[in-house]
Design a binder for this molecule. Sequence first.
Ligand code: TMP
Length: 220
Amino acid sequence: MTEALLTHPRLITLEGGEGAGKTSAITAVRELLQARGHDVALTREPGGTPLAERIRELLLDPRDEALAPETELLLMFASRAQHVRQVLRPALQRGAFVVSDRFTDSSYAYQGHGRGLDAEWIAALERRAVGLKPGLTLLLDLDVREGRARTAGRDLWPDRIESEQDDFFERVRAGFRARALAEPGRFRLIDASQPPVAVGAAVTDALSAYLGTLTDSDLA
Ligand code: TMP
């Protein structure tokens, strides 16, 4: 049973609220890493393996009865435990960079700050079921109403979490920002209200600077 939490320099995560532009940011990250000759595995949470994608459907499908916050947290970690073992560890072991669209910080922000679950419980799950922390986390920070306005046109069928009210997303945003403040060495806060080209440039700059700090053994 894993109890330690190891930071892996080649694990990079993208975090942020709804509509913050994670998809374009991930493309910018992948392109830069590939241009530097690195093997890149792109993945996402919840999901990333066939079974974890089925857990994602359970989590996001609004048709069932309301999920208890505790059920939501445990399903997030069930998906993550599977994802770490099936995808993240093997890719890191073969020397690839893993770029994940969301990871454990989302559980602290959404289930911790958003749903009000105890951070100590989340930390225990993180140590025991995950055991891995990213070396770099890019947080795309955006005003909640602006994020909503951006997703309004594209989400014809909002999922269970997207159907939450603004006060929930305000708590999630505050949760992400608090985590970024608490771990300035790992997080880079990106202002996602800028035009897409400027967001892409900020992402690329932050990633380049981070890559410049890695040693040969980090890359092996
Ligand atoms: P996505 O829309 O970015 O693909 O993420 C799916 C939703 O799942 C999004 O609303 C955030 C939420 N989520 C959590 O609540 N906790 C988590 O740990 C993760 C990974 C995602």
